[in-house]
Design a protein around this ligand. Structure first.
Ligand code: BDR
Ligand code: CA
Length: 313
């Protein structure tokens, strides 16, 4: 599988890159960066640092600096002032390409129709902008996996909203209504249920780089959840993309709440049972194409793979 990664690195975004690198028969074709966990310039420097550290020969394009319709908000309390828990280190020696992340996504999809898949693990601003540049994007991309949303569990950034969708609700809603045929959403329902216990981190070698940057993230999650460990949002989305059988799914039609005073950014779905031709069917159900929503995952297998991914030389 050849994958374009759209990300806001970000500690768990970094883990997703480790995971993808380690997986056989997988190639990262390009990386686009976006505002979210940190400002886009910081996310871009981290993407470049990670490609250097992981020895990935991959173009990195800098993407959107702000959401489509609200002010920029970032999450340094979760990811550290430098987005890598204080361990970003020296400035990268490589530079990002000239085109924007949205242009890169649209151009690559046009150049190789049906050949590339998209893993979006940050706010969806770049993907929404790419849809404006190339409205045929849903036909040109193969598989799309998005990390975001909290359907039948509480949100993380607000009571109802998950951070990636909340950072740009309009963009997320545009992506959900674009008509991607093979769209999988990996939200908090599955990521929170696959919390990585503190002991897992303790078993990594002391000098392991991922162990060092994960410390900040794990400390945040311990203060948030009251138990040691961390939540593997983005690497789990990568794992589910590469091995769909790792997860169990619900299938539904989805939208993003854009106007709720307390619920803006929340993922919503029409989960009613509706008989064929039901007069009550005129809701999200009639407006959106279906997407898969991950609800369970094989945690033991995933954690074993993640350990190998972060300890691989
Ligand atoms: C998502 O938000 C970010 O903090 C993480 O990188 C992940 O993509 C989880 O809600
Ligand atoms: Ca992310």
């Amino acid at each position: 599988m050849r994958i374009i990664v759209d990300a806001d690195p970000g500690i768990d975004d970094a883990l997703a890159l480790y995971y993808l690198r380690a997986h056989p028969d997988t190639e990262i074709a390009a990386i686009g960066t976006v505002h979210g966990n940190v400002p886009v310039e910081v996310a871009t420097a981290n993407a470049l640092r990670l490609t250097e550290r992981l020895n990935l020969q991959v173009p990195v394009a800098m993407g959107a600096a702000r959401p489509l319709a609200q002010p920029l908000m970032t999450a340094e309390d979760v990811h550290g002032h430098d987005g890598l828990g204080g361990h970003a280190g020296d400035a990268p020696t490589t530079t990002h390409v000239q085109q924007s992340a949205a242009e890169q996504l649209a151009n690559l999809a046009r150049e190789e129709p049906g050949q590339l898949s998209l893993l979006a693990i940050g706010p969806l601003t770049n993907v929404a902008l790419a849809l404006q540049i190339e409205p045929r994007l849903p036909e040109l991309l193969d598989k799309v996996v998005v990390m975001g949303g909290a359907l039948n569990v509480p949100g993380n950034i607000t009571s109802y909203a998950e951070a990636n969708f909340w950072h740009d609700p309009e963009a997320a809603d545009l992506v959900l209504q674009a008509g991607f045929e093979d769209l999988t959403i990996v939200g908090l329902d599955v990521t929170m249920a696959n919390h990585v216990p503190g002991e897992w981190l303790e078993t990594l070698p002391q000098d392991n780089y991922a162990r060092r940057f994960l410390r900040f993230y794990a400390d945040f999650y311990e203060s948030f959840l009251g138990k040691a460990g961390f939540v593997p949002h983005d690497p789990l989305a990568a794992a589910i993309m590469l091995q769909p059988d790792l997860a169990g799914y619900a299938e539904d039609r989805f939208a993003i709440e854009l106007t709720g005073r307390y619920t803006r950014g929340a993922l919503v779905a029409d989960q009613r049972f509706l008989a064929e031709g039901s007069p009550f069917g005129r809701d999200i159900a009639t407006e959106r194409t279906k997407a898969k929503y991950a609800v369970t995952a094989d945690k033991d297998l995933f954690l074993d793979q993640l350990r190998r991914a972060v300890t691989q030389p």
